[in-house]
Design a protein around this ligand. Structure first.
Ligand code: CAA
Length: 289
């Protein structure tokens, strides 16, 4: 059995870089979206982020004014957790912190009323089972991992845990492939899944290269852009993802595998401690306006 049109309403927890992008993509696909933030101020900032991205799509001719307005009309950003109660599916997209995510899943378990609701996480690396067991309905918990910038990149990793039901997997694949128009790939429930298990070690290697003085960030990036046709170099990409997020993903993969290639180099840790988090903080390996 597939989902058919059964998923019409989505909840998104968090309206940062990823939550805002997921909200935009869902609303543009015609779904009704409630976004939950921690405070009225954070909700206002989230709505602003989503509006700015829709305006950008309008300016570049990807959507018409009517579609922008219709998408905005389908989005409600609130600090009320109970507003998620009637959702067909909820996607958690808060910071990459296992304790905080576990708390969100325990709270969703209490609040979301529909018995068949899908409870999904956009985690980049944390095993889904750790979140599933925080609920009384692990068969409904699944990973739906989007890529940044969400409105641009076409991939979504779908990560069932050992306990996720086949029906939930089928409904999720239908949502991603047919409703959102992205390409789903399926990964086993291992820290880092497919893409980050391959990507993060290469970003960490580039940071080690800067650290050891092998080359400058700019030359390393130029090397990978012009030498390998990557759309952006590893250090600019680390800045885009957010250095705190890169560090958190590395930590959960290191915890899982204990492989040196997943361990965060000291330079990355010092930059995170300094608040040099990349594009979102205005400075990382490069300065941003
Ligand atoms: N939101 C919405 N649209 C955006 C955007 C954003 N943040 N950034 C860029 N775009 C759009 C632009 O509007 C533009 O659209 P048009 O062509 O229709 O005008 C298009 O993307 C290209 O943008 P630019 O011309 O400004 O710049 P670019 O060609 O250098 O592309 C990029 C920018 C899309 C970010 C591109 O460099 C790229 O794809 N980089 C790689 C990103 C990547 O690897 N992401 C994965 C990170 S890993 C991850 O997300 C998983 C995780 O768990 C950490």
């Amino acid at each position: 059995m597939t989902s058919g049109p059964d998923i019409r309403s989505i909840g998104v927890v968090g309206s940062g870089l990823m939550g805002a992008g997921i909200t935009e993509v869902c609303a543009r696909a015609g779904l009704d979206v409630v976004v939950r933030e921690v405070s009225p101020e954070a909700a206002a900032a989230g709505r602003q982020r989503i509006t700015a991205s829709l305006d950008r799509a309008l300016r570049s001719g990807k959507i018409a004014e009517k579609e922008r307005d219709a998408a905005l009309g389908r989005i409600r950003v609130t600090d009320d957790f109970d507003a998620l109660a009637d959702r067909d599916a909820v996607i958690e997209a808060i910071a990459e912190d296992e304790r905080l995510k576990t708390e969100v899943f325990a709270a969703l378990d209490k609040v979301v009323k529909r018995e068949d609701a899908i409870l999904a996480s956009n985690t980049s690396s944390i095993p889904i089972m750790k979140l599933a067991v925080a609920t009384t309905r692990p068969q409904h918990v699944i990973g739906i991992h989007f890529f940044n910038p969400v409105p641009v990149l076409g991939l979504v990793e779908i990560v069932p845990s050992l306990l996720t039901s086949r029906h939930v997997i089928a409904r999720t694949e239908h949502l991603v492939d047919e409703v959102l128009g992205k390409q789903a790939i399926r990964a086993q429930d291992r820290a880092g899944f497919i893409v980050n298990a391959l990507l993060i070690p290469s970003l960490l290697s580039a940071i080690r290269m800067v650290e050891s003085g092998t080359a400058t960030a700019k030359d390393i990036d130029t090397g990978m852009v012009l030498g390998c046709a990557h759309p952006m170099g590893p250090l600019r990409l680390a800045d885009l993802i957010g250095l705190d997020t890169v560090g958190a993903i590395a930590a959960s993969m290191y915890e899982e595998y204990k492989e040196p290639l997943y361990s965060a180099p000291p330079l990355l840790l010092r930059m995170i401690e300094a608040g040099l988090l990349g594009r979102k903080s205005g400075h990382g390996f490069y300065p941003y306006d």
